[in-house]
Design a protein around this ligand. Structure first.
Ligand SMILES: Cc1cc2nc3c(=O)[nH]c(=O)nc-3n(C[C@H](O)[C@H](O)[C@H](O)COP(=O)(O)OP(=O)(O)OC[C@H]3O[C@@H](n4cnc5c(N)ncnc54)[C@H](O)[C@@H]3O)c2cc1C
Length: 809
């Protein structure tokens, strides 16, 4: 065994072997993998081996497409068969809603370059005669679906990695990880120590334990999962003989069953609601290549329904039942990347529930990240930084069970999943609920979405179409635009940055010039490739002190970046304020009068200008007041310590009474920003777009000293980039865009929607998205909304207050 290596990958499952292979592919030869037992001995060996491209997040779907295409390459390099069966797959819908979901997945596939086809049940039955068509309303065919041999595939990765120079040590367990003073890690194993620059936690079923070695509790939980293998079925034999190929895979949403051919029988697995975690606290190191006790009673309901939907299955004998554990995260997507707060060189590649659909993409993205400093794709949906400190072990347990049980369920756009909530609340939680607030989870924080008036039930009717909140959100918007509204903004991310070197440091991270004392700026943040990795409001609060506001969801992601770039000389301190500082935003033409009634500070237009940020007392509370709101109207953000929020709210409501102040929720806020063409982080602003493509030109100051991504930004400016963010008015029916719909032009898919909805003040259905820059002056587009083409036109100017007179006036 080597005593020194550039990388030690911990874990020889399909994911660890993929990471190892991809590192060698990118040219790192001095890499080793350490496996406790033998390769595949975690959850990998007993997998059913199915693969598919379907994923709610288009960026993950793309990486799944990469994984599936990779297997031919692996076979070629390694000479090891992966046991590929590229049979295609049918996804069956039993209801109107599921059919709508399939139509949307099919539409999305068009711009992802994935091959799908909508089928009638007659056509589906032709492809797979085992199904009873009367239980379904339609189907989608996914040509990329198939299955493979899990052991063969893992060995194909491992052999390819060895050919690329990697070494693999089996029967070697990592027992401890110690960061070295000079950087890097001591990887202590039961066979000796390896000094490494990087370690990768690909520990699968033991990922939590390998996390604990560096003092972190990863949001990962193993769940028991069962599949049955049937005896030979005459129907299958006859099908193969007649058609000369295998039966396609099947996913049946209703019975929560997936199914594929195995020899002359079938494999049938379930994602039952009645699911069971495995080893909720700790995975024993003694767990070997064992199976768990089958428990068919638990999946009785699913099987009963399945036998109705596929009658031939009810008649055949069961050869074996496999019950094995594999890991889930709270949202079902992997955990990859470096971890904020852990010394450099510790990487995650774990929580992968579909190793044979995602393993290749995880390996590629992580290796890119390690070798080139950037994953090379938009991996936000897999980045471990998407979870905060609220994702505790018990939260993970509740959420992972919910996610497992909903694996084949639809998640509606206006659906808030209940497990594990409420996690965090502000002091206004009960006050808001009493006033009819329908709450949503915003990065762990309960946040009002909309307010049901007296006599209206405060619940969302989940739907892909406009729903019961529509008219109530409209009222909130109209009342705010007419007079004044108040909303909670506690969930925004807030940071302080201070010290002698603070300005130089921030100036190097951000594209815009830092503001003068008492003023604010808006600024994107870029990576070295000139892509958007952040979008902030920054105020200078003292000569060497700044406050920064950003996206709540990205706060760990941003802190990781901030900390990575801190100067080593201690001249800069950066802190995340969390929920110790909370805020309320008042917006609308009467908001100034409300604020003035609560303070003796002169807040008239000349004394307190747009983009001013100042400390003064509001309702006798020390507050920081920013003259800015995301509504695009006249408005103010009032930031106070958490203990004072209740008092502030009461005072605002009292002062606002004369102006008929209303509460407005997150949905009204998001719809008001639409009519101002304002983008949102995570939808319009992501690391696949450049600042000029996103229309943030005026916040990029190329005249200032060097900043990260400047060279790439200059190149983008010169070339104009490839894409343009546009805002469109859509001739929608009773459904607005949700995001991820294709944008068509002259019969071709040319772009995609990032977000949208109904803009109530201007009374129009609106969408934002990206199209090739050459098309920005074209007049006619179409957007495919739930399978229907809807006309759309670009609006180059905001429909509300295009000159910004309300904001500035
Ligand atoms: C019944 C069942 C059916 C499934 N069907 C499918 C399917 O059809 N399609 C699909 O894509 N996925 C399927 N899966 C899921 C799939 O098995 C997992 O996604 C995949 O195996 C995860 O691989 P991994 O490498 O992350 O983890 P693992 O396979 O658990 O590998 C982790 C490895 O790390 C090693 N290790 C851990 N700690 C240490 C240490 N300290 N030192 C050294 N070595 C260590 C372990 O020994 C283990 O070999 C199924 C799972 C089950 C249980």
């Amino acid at each position: 065994m080597k005593s020194q290596a550039r990388v030690v990958v911990i874990g020889g499952g399909v994911v660890g072997c993929s990471v190892l292979y991809h590192l060698t592919k990118l040219g790192w030869k001095d890499v080793v993998l350490v496996e406790r037992d033998i390769l595949t001995s975690g959850s990998t060996w007993h997998a059913a081996g199915g693969f598919h491209t379907l994923n709610g997040d288009p960026n993950v779907a793309k990486l799944q497409g990469y994984t599936i295409a990779l297997y031919d390459e692996l076979e070629k390099i390694s000479g090891q068969a992966c046991g590929l069966h590229r049979s295609g797959g049918l996804i069956l819908a039993d209801s109107k809603e599921r059919m709508e979901w399939l139509k949307m997945a099919h539409a999305r596939a068009r711009y992802l370059g994935l091959e799908t086809e909508m089928l009638s049940m007659k056509e589906a039955k032709k492809l797979n005669p085992l199904l009873e068509e009367k239980y379904f309303v339609g189907a989608m065919l996914d040509a990329a679906d198939g299955n493979l041999d899990p052991e063969g595939t893992t060995h194909a990765y491992a052999k390819s990695a060895r050919i690329g120079g990697a070494e693999i040590y089996q029967g070697t367990r990592v027992t401890e990880l110690k960061p070295r003073k000079e950087g890097g890690w001591d990887v202590i194993t039961d066979k000796g120590t390896i000094i490494a620059e990087h370690v990768v936690n690909a520990g699968g079923l033991w990922a939590r334990e390998v996390g604990r070695m560096v003092g972190i509790e990863l949001p990962v939980l193993a769940m028991e999962h069962m599949y049955l293998v049937t005896d030979e079925m005459p129907e299958v034999v006859a099908y193969n003989k007649e058609r000369g190929h295998e039966l396609p895979h099947i996913i049946d949403f209703k019975s929560e069953i997936y199914m594929r051919q195995e020899r002359s029988g079938m494999v049938l697995g379930t994602y039952e609601k009645n699911c069971k975690p495995w080893m909720p606290r700790e995975t024993p190191w003694t767990f070997g290549r064992e199976l768990l006790q089958p428990d068919l009673e638990r999946i009785e309901g699913n099987l009963g329904l399945g036998f109705k939907h596929f009658p031939a299955l009810g008649k055949v004998g069961i050869k074996k039942v496999i019950n094995g554990p594999f890991t889930f995260t709270p949202d079902g997507n992997p955990l990859i990347g470096p971890v904020q707060g852990v010394p450099a060189g510790y990487w995650l590649a774990c929580g992968v529930l579909a190793g044979f659909s995602q393993g290749g993409g995880v390996g590629l993205a992580l290796s890119n990240w390690m070798v080139n400093g950037d994953p090379g794709f938009d991996v936000w949906a897999m980045d471990n930084a998407r979870f905060g400190e609220w994702a505790t072990r018990s939260y993970t347990n509740e959420k992972a069970r919910e996610t497992y049980g909903r694996r084949f369920s639809i998640k509606f756009p206006n659906e808030e999943l209940p497990a594990g909530r409420p996690v965090q609340t502000t002091s206004l939680y009960d006050v808001m609920i009493k006033q009819g607030a329908v709450m949503g989870d915003s990065w762990g924080m309960e946040t009002p979405l909309w307010f049901a008036p007296k006599g209206v039930k405060p619940i969302d009717k989940v739907s892909f179409h406009r729903s019961n909140d529509f008219k109530h959100v409209k009222k909130e918007v109209l009342a705010t635009r007419k007079s004044v509204g108040v909303t909670e903004i506690a969930n925004f991310a807030k940071y302080t940055c201070s010290g002698q070197g603070a300005e130089t440091y921030l100036s190097r991270l951000m594209t815009n010039k830092m503001p003068k004392l008492g003023r604010m700026i808006l600024t994107p943040m870029l990576n070295e490739n000139g892509k958007l990795i952040g979008d902030f409001t920054i105020a200078r609060t003292r000569e060497n002190e700044f406050m920064i506001w950003g996206s709540s969801q990205a706060q760990i992601y941003h802190m990781r970046w901030f900390e990575q770039h801190l100067p080593k000389d201690g001249s800069v301190q950066i802190n995340r304020l969390g929920m110790n500082m909370v805020g309320l935003s008042i917006a609308g033409p009467k908001s100034r009068e409300v604020l003035q009634a609560l303070t003796d500070e002169d807040v008239s237009n000349n004394a307190f200008k747009f983009m001013d940020s100042r400390r003064f007392d509001v309702a006798n509370i020390h507050a920081r007041v920013n003259r800015v709101t995301y509504t695009g109207d006249l408005g103010y953000e009032i930031w106070v310590d958490a203990a004072s929020q209740y008092r502030l709210y009461q005072a605002i409501m009292k002062a606002g009474k004369a102006h008929k102040i209303v509460n407005f929720g997150m949905r009204a806020l998001l719809c008001m920003r639409l009519e101002k063409n304002f983008p949102t982080w995570y939808r319009e602003l992501r690391p696949i777009y450049g600042p000029y493509e996103a229309g943030l030109d005026r916040f990029v100051d190329l005249t200032k000293a060097d900043f990260i991504g400047k060279a790439a930004a200059m190149a983008e400016k010169e070339s104009g980039g490839k894409l343009r963010r546009v805002s469109m008015v859509v001739q929608a029916g009773d459904a607005d865009v949700l995001g991820d719909e294709p944008i068509w032009h002259k019969g071709k898919v040319v772009g995609w929607v990032t977000s949208g909805g109904f803009a109530h003040h201007v009374n129009k259905s609106m969408a934002q998205g990206y199209i090739p820059k050459e098309l920005v002056n074209e007049a006619e587009f179409e957007i495919e909304i739930i399978g229907q083409m809807k006309k759309a036109r670009i609006n180059h100017e905001p429909l509300f207050d295009p000159k910004g007179e309300r904001m500035r006036g």
